[in-house]
Ligand binder design. Structure first.
Ligand code: GUN
Length: 287
């Protein structure tokens, strides 16, 4: 079997187009322009690339973009003061503090200082609790993007066996909550899971979010399964730096029914969902 490729790049372009339409309507009907503030502390090169892309796509969607770059040695109190100012600023509807933060900062404290209604990352403890109890929450962007692709490909997910490999707060845990809310039977596997291969082979839906290059191989995939690869790993191969996922695409694509590539799968969906969340936060804030 050769898997259908789930084209995240094309899907993300469609979502961004829908967001841009929503933004245009908000402006025309209510004179409101959604605003997204992104805060970057320090000079991590990968984070700088993400932040640049976020700013560009925010503007392309017709939203206002506010970027705050702080030095790596910024005192935590200064970052908290900035968040307080953004919370109070009516032009700012969404706030994202890029992670990871420098070691002297308490990331939980910082994230929980964000107004939950402006928490477009869905990382605030209130949003985590709302999602876990099936209430209206801001949903973390990467799992939301995965869910949109799954729904688009499979329609109803009800009753399917879903295995999420990885238990991070950013992807694995919220992904599991979202799949549970779709009435999947959900297993969360991780580095201590015994016989990971056999657990994965039971999955109709397999979401890989472990951060280990090409760890999920074709022999771990149920024939016909839908495989979502969240991993973005840089590896040196033949003297070149290449991006690979957590799934060994070459072997898994011969077994799966559908699979997301890396790059061009989950990655582009994350920023598209960030824009969608910013539009949602703006609409909720304005009734
Ligand atoms: N760093 C890597 N992914 C993310 C994300 O989705 N949100 C934030 N704030 N930081 C990240």
């Amino acid at each position: 079997m050769t898997a259908r490729i789930i084209d995240g790049k094309a899907f993300a372009a469609k979502v961004r187009g829908q967001v841009a339409e929503g933004v245009a309507r908000l402006k025309a009907d209510h004179g409101i322009t959604p605003g997204l503030a992104v805060v970057l502390v320090g000079e991590d090169p990968a984070s700088e690339v993400y932040v640049r892309n976020k700013g560009k796509q925010t503007l392309e969607a017709g939203m206002a973009s506010f970027e705050h770059k702080l030095p790596a040695d910024t005192p935590e109190a200064d970052l908290l003061a900035l968040i307080g100012a953004l919370n109070a600023d009516p032009a700012v509807n969404g706030i994202l503090v890029q992670l990871p933060l420098p070691g002297h900062m308490n990331a939980d404290l910082v994230i929980n200082a964000i107004d939950p209604a402006k928490d477009v990352d869905g990382f605030h403890i209130l949003n985590v609790g709302l999602l876990g109890t099936g209430q209206k929450a801001m949903v973390p962007c990467t799992p939301l993007g995965c869910l949109m692709m799954l729904r688009d490909h499979l329609g109803s997910l009800s009753g399917l066996n879903a295995v999420v490999v990885g238990r991070s707060n950013i992807v694995g845990k919220p992904m599991a909550q979202l799949l549970l809310a779709e009435s999947c039977t959900v297993t969360v596997a991780h580095s201590r899971t015994r016989d990971l291969a056999s657990v994965c082979r039971g999955a109709d839906i397999l979401v890989a979010a472990v951060g280990r290059p090409e760890m999920i191989t074709g022999d771990m995939v149920k024939p016909g399964a839908t495989v979502i690869d969240v991993g973005i790993n840089r590896v040196e191969r033949d003297g070149k730096t290449r991006l690979v996922g957590d799934v060994d695409f070459a072997s898994a694509s011969g077994v799966a029914g559908a699979i997301t590539p890396v790059p061009g799968g989950v990655g582009p969906m994350t920023i598209a969902c960030l824009l969608a969340n910013t539009l949602t936060a703006t609409c909720r804030a304005n009734g």
